[in-house]
Ligand binder design. Structure first.
Ligand code: MV4
Length: 452
């Protein structure tokens, strides 16, 4: 096992990883930017190193500073958290080349899944269902028009280097196609430095269902049930739950088995997520694989009773998976709401500033993962996640009631938060009935303001 783990991240996930390390008896190193001097991850870690100016590219994205921080403090492993360098193959390689263990998959595995067109090709080869579309990259608009004519409109053009929604364009018909194709390529080049794109049939109202997988260095991969992340805005997830109200045990076994097949094929090691689109008729299609621990991992922890971050650390140290559950023995229902310092009535505009009062909810089945406290200043440089409220209940209804109670007793003053908005969603008849898809918020704009 390691002796000392450096956490290459900030905010609530840095605290989450520090807790897991402490439980395993490991020392910790926090890194921080000049904007995060007063952060709790710095206080709770055994050692800390300032790695630069507030903008992420000068600090949390600076690979050589992170490696130097690990070397100076004698850390023998690095946990990347999510975001920042978590899915950067070069970072994983550089960490390993410096004789430090990267807590996550290999650089090669990160790159294999980072190329979304190649991942789709691999899924197709393994008979993991994919949406009808181009077999690989589409060279030019003329080639695209031919594929589109074959699969039928609407189609979606996606960036091979993309993921999470950037560099995507929908074309309703042949007339729109050439323009959408060009725009997707342009956006992809600007965002990722690559204008490679591929094509899929566009599904109009899918649910976003993703499978948590975990692999070890002994050739084993298991899955830990699905999460439903259909409530999103501009590709930002706002609410997640497990299990999905749209997935029964038979479907769970099918999707889970498909996810495990894909991850096994590349010898995947660590925690990963295989994303699927779920159609109204129960068909599921592979979308992409994320090679990191995700923001929404706690809903899986609550209904599997399994500590994903501790297991990430154990398997990185070479230990075998502590048991293989494959979606069996699920326990109740969990929901997570992301509380952001944003104003839903003003297009979710960020609201940084000082938290003047703070009191978190509590009680049975209520978990709050956060880094904020009374007097904390929310810096303007990073994403605006303040806290994750995660509830667990014996049934979805019990979890819903717990979430309403928790949100309504959560006091955060000084910054505008999304709490009142989340509270309204928890009372919306379609959400209560589990009738959500990726267009849910577009259909219910009154939720943003609370006005009818
Ligand atoms: C799609 C789709 C419909 N059909 N692909 C969005 C994020 C990126 N990972 C892929 N995305 C989508 N791909 C096909 N063939 C709809 C989306 C999509 C979406 C997916 C999940 C959650 C929210 C979404 C919001 C808009 C579009």
């Amino acid at each position: 096992m390691f002796k000392k783990v450096l956490i290459a991240n900030r905010g609530e996930i840095a605290l989450r990883v520090i807790r897991a390390c402490k439980e395993l008896g490991l020392a910790t190193v926090a890194v921080y930017s000049e904007a995060d001097r007063e952060s709790l991850h710095v206080r709770f870690a055994d050692d800390d190193v300032c790695i630069g100016r507030p903008p992420a590219r000068d600090s949390y994205l600076n690979i050589s500073r992170l490696i130097a921080a690990a070397e100076i403090t004698g850390a023998d492993a690095i946990h990347p958290g999510y975001g920042f360098l978590a899915e950067n193959g070069e970072f994983a390689d550089t960490v390993r080349a410096s004789n430090i263990t990267f807590i996550g998959p290999t650089g090669e595995q990160i790159r294999q899944m980072g190329d979304k067109a190649a991942a789709r090709k691999l899924a197709h080869k393994l008979k993991v269902p994919t949406v009808p579309g181009s077999p690989g990259l589409v060279a030019d608009a003329d080639a695209g028009l031919k594929v589109a004519a074959k699969i039928g409109y609407p189609v979606i053009v996606k960036a091979a280097a993309g993921g999470g929604g950037k560099g995507m364009r929908v074309a309703a018909d042949e007339d729109q196609f050439t323009q959408s194709f060009g725009l997707a390529k342009q956006e992809a080049l600007a965002a990722f430095g690559s204008d490679e794109v591929y094509l899929e049939k566009y599904l109009s109202r899918p649910r976003h269902v993703e499978i948590q997988v975990m692999g070890d260095n002994h050739g084993r991969v298991m899955h830990l049930c699905e999460r439903d992340c259909s409530v999103q805005r501009r590709h930002q997830k706002l609410i997640e739950e497990a299990p999905s109200p749209a997935v029964d045990q038979t479907l769970r076994e099918d999707v889970g088995e498909a996810a495990v097949r894909l991850a096994s094929e590349i010898g995947y090691v660590g925690a990963g997520t295989v994303e699927f689109l779920l159609d109204e008729d129960g068909s599921f299609y592979f979308m992409e694989m994320n090679t990191r621990i995700q923001v929404e991992h706690p809903v899986t922890e609550m209904c599997t009773n399994f500590d994903l971050v501790k297991e990430q650390i154990r398997v990185a140290a070479g230990e075998p998976l502590s048991f293989v559950m494959n979606g069996q023995r699920l326990r109740g229902h969990a929901i997570e709401c992301r509380v952001n310092a944003e104003d839903p009535a003003r297009n979710f505009q960020p609201s940084p500033g000082v938290v003047t009062a703070y009191h978190p909810p509590g009680g049975p089945g209520v978990r709050v993962d956060t880094h904020i406290y009374a007097g904390y200043t929310v810096p303007p440089f990073y994403d605006s996640l303040l806290a994750k409220v995660i509830v667990h209940g014996n049934s979805r209804d019990e979890a819903l009631a717990r979430m309403r109670q928790a949100l309504d007793s959560f006091i955060i003053e000084g910054v505008t938060t999304t709490i009142p908005f989340l509270s309204r969603v928890m009372r919306h008849p379609d959400f209560v009935a589990g009738r959500v898809d990726t267009k849910f918020l577009e259909r219910a704009p009154q939720l943003l303001t609370g006005q009818e």
